[in-house]
Design a protein around this ligand. Structure first.
Ligand code: C2O
Ligand code: CU
Ligand code: CU
Length: 523
């Protein structure tokens, strides 16, 4: 578990690269069987994790860790750098492509890269048991089986994911396919990828204050909002339609996205790609790791008009009556600006909004082996940690209740029991208080469907301030579960057998062990 260094009662910043205050990580035995990669592939990429300095704020170079990459063979368009950003390049892959990625770790910490949302064999998934030390290499090779969508990649070493993502290690991974090609959605300069993150700065350093229990419990919130690694995001646009491809790449922050003028949001896609048809929402609630593609039309706007994408206020779940919380300048649930879009030119043409987008190929609940008896995962505090069914992560441990049969489809239910839960084994709130935090629950491997949600009475007031922003009609790999909420999902286990992860994607929760393995067993 990650913790700050206490000096005379003060907690000092730890694990910010370049400061020399990087705390040692337990050197886990790296039992990584490096797969032998040979044979032809469609694209070969050399990726490195490096220490670097990037001008994030004007005139100030900040120490970061980042992922850099280049194409070494095949499709040269597969790697697109994000200029002036610490973000890793945007990887543009196609469904059906065979991809080889040779990853070299050049940071003074162990790490491994995970392809979030992609369905790949277990030894290609970036499980923490495959983390490599500084100087280590890991070779990935897999076929892109996913449909077109907005995916991403980030490190996944146990206990170190939060600080490494925060230090800059993450990038978008956009998959295309023929179904999407046939649509003529806004592309090229009319497609704007947006990675939303929050960071706190101190001079030329990023400040990540794992205040022991406190920030681990609450999740770390930064003081400034960055889009694609830049503050004060402003996009000049033409008077036409655009596709915004938005990733919440924050460690712990929830966004309630809306337009400042109250225009409803038009949603094209979720985590696992295009919806069947566009969906309209007054706002979109986006937990950490969730993605949403929005369609926005500036055609009716005159040149000189500016529209702002904002995060609207909501009732943030809290701990101990709000007495316990991170001291960000922007608390969870506060209103803030995300980005502005200034119409500065006419457009020669535009792309109309298609009435139908895709055939998602959903399953029906009857396909499940347990349609009426969901496999339930309780999210709760126990013995001073966030837990899944009372358990925390052990590198290769998996319980019988976490073992599913390859080839089946199951109903799972995530139940957020809140933070008090005296009955769950000594929660912090004590006294069975109905409070807690929202947990964005992520499953590795295939995408899932959200079947239904319900909320208990104690959680209802906060839930009412975010629930209209859920987009549950698309494929998901991460789903926000508010305190008191039950979310039932339908998940296929028909991809690859093996040991995979499910966890809360608040990275401080993941790092403290709110993560478990599940096994897809063939026998
Ligand atoms: Cu985005 Cu297990 O991770
Ligand atoms: Cu993932
Ligand atoms: Cu959590």
């Amino acid at each position: 578990m990650l913790s700050g260094s206490a000096v005379g009662g003060l907690v000092v910043a730890a694990c910010v690269p370049g400061t020399g205050v990087v705390e040692s990580s337990s050197s886990l035995a790296t039992s990584s069987t490096v797969p032998v990669a040979d044979g032809p592939v469609d694209v070969e990429i050399a990726m490195r994790a490096i220490s670097d300095r990037v001008e994030i704020r004007p005139g100030i170079e900040t120490d970061v860790w980042r992922l850099v990459a280049e194409v070494t063979a095949g499709d040269a368009a597969a790697v697109q750098p994000v200029d002036g950003s610490y973000l890793g390049p945007t990887l543009r892959l196609r469904q059906g492509q065979r991809v080889r990625i040779v990853f070299d770790n050049e940071i003074p910490d162990e790490t491994i890269v995970h392809w979030h949302g992609l369905d790949v064999p277990e030894d290609m998934d970036g499980h923490p048991r495959f983390a490599v030390p500084e100087g280590g290499r890991y070779e990935y090779e897999f076929t892109v089986v996913n449909r077109a969508g907005t995916y991403w990649y980030h490190p996944h070493p146990h206990g170190r994911t939060g600080p490494q993502v925060y230090a800059g290690m993450a990038g978008l991974l956009l998959v295309g396919d023929e179904e999407e090609d046939a649509l003529s959605l806004p592309g090229g300069e009319f497609e704007i990828p947006m990675v939303l993150q929050d960071r706190t700065f101190d001079g030329d350093r990023l400040v990540y204050l794992p205040n022991g229990m406190m920030d681990q419990m609450m999740g770390f919130l930064g003081d400034e909002i960055l889009v694609n690694g830049r503050p004060d995001a402003a996009f000049p646009v033409a008077s036409r339609s655009y596709r915004l491809r938005i990733l919440n790449g924050s460690n712990a922050r929830i966004y309630k996205l809306g337009w400042d003028d109250g225009t409803p949001l038009v949603v094209l896609a979720t985590d696992g790609g295009l919806l069947e048809s566009p969906a309209t929402r007054p706002y979109v609630t986006l937990g950490p790791a969730e993605r949403v593609d929005l369609w926005v039309d500036f055609e009716a706007e005159s040149i000189g008009t500016t529209r702002r994408l904002v995060s609207l206020p909501f009732e943030a779940p809290q701990m101990m009556g709000g007495m316990m919380g991170p001291d960000s300048l922007i608390p969870n649930g506060a209103a803030f600006d995300v980005a502005s879009f200034a119409v500065d030119r006419d457009a020669a043409s535009t792309d109309p909004l298609p009435g139908r987008l895709s055939n998602p190929g959903f399953s029906s609940v009857e396909a499940a082996v347990n349609p009426d008896a969901a496999r339930t995962i309780v999210l709760a505090m126990a013995r001073g940690s966030w837990t899944l069914n009372g358990r925390t992560f052990q590198m290769t441990e998996v319980s019988p209740e976490e073992t599913v049969r390859f080839g089946t489809t199951e109903v799972w239910e995530f139940f957020n029991a809140g933070g008090g839960m005296g009955g769950m084994g000594g929660g912090m709130g004590g006294g069975g208080m109905q409070e807690g935090l929202a947990h964005p629950m992520h499953m590795h491997g295939q995408q899932f469907q959200v079947l239904e949600r319900s909320i208990d009475d104690a959680g209802r007031a906060a839930w009412e301030t975010v629930r209209e922003g859920y987009v549950d009609e698309g494929w998901k790999d991460t789903v926000l579960v508010m305190p008191g909420e039950r979310v039932r999902i339908l998940r296929r286990f028909t991809g690859f057998p093996g040991l995979f992860l499910y966890h809360c994607h608040i990275l401080e929760h993941e790092d403290m062990g709110m993560m478990r393995n599940f096994r897809i067993a063939t026998a």
